[in-house]
Design a protein around this ligand. Sequence first.
Ligand SMILES: [Zn+2]
Ligand SMILES: [Zn+2]
Length: 133
Amino acid sequence: MKDKATGSCLCGAVKFEIGLPTKWCSHCHCSLCRRAHGAGFVTWVGVYAERFSITAGESELRRYRSSSEAIRSFCGSCGSTLLFESQKWPGEVHVALANIDTPIDRDPEGQAHPEDRVSWIPDWEITPKHQIH
Ligand SMILES: [Zn+2]
Ligand SMILES: [Zn+2]
């Protein structure tokens, strides 16, 4: 296994690097993730904050406070939604798996907020079934 993974936004201005291993990987069905990403659900990778770094385009990164404790970061040029950080999970950066370009050390392990899953995302697309968070 490689010891790092890299990722980027759609336009390539923002690039980031993750030191492996990661902490966890999970789908999230909450309405805030759906809306922020324009997607049926979002697959997040939990990364140790000290192993996460922005390697290019830091100045392009825009930060949006989506709740009193959470900040979502996206590329100001192309709009790619990339990162989630919350006081609920100190020391962690949550990174959108879809924006990671290289393999990571795990597959999705669970689901957050499965009760909020939209009816047009069939259950069979989402494994495993156990709930986390
Ligand atoms: Zn971009
Ligand atoms: Zn969510």
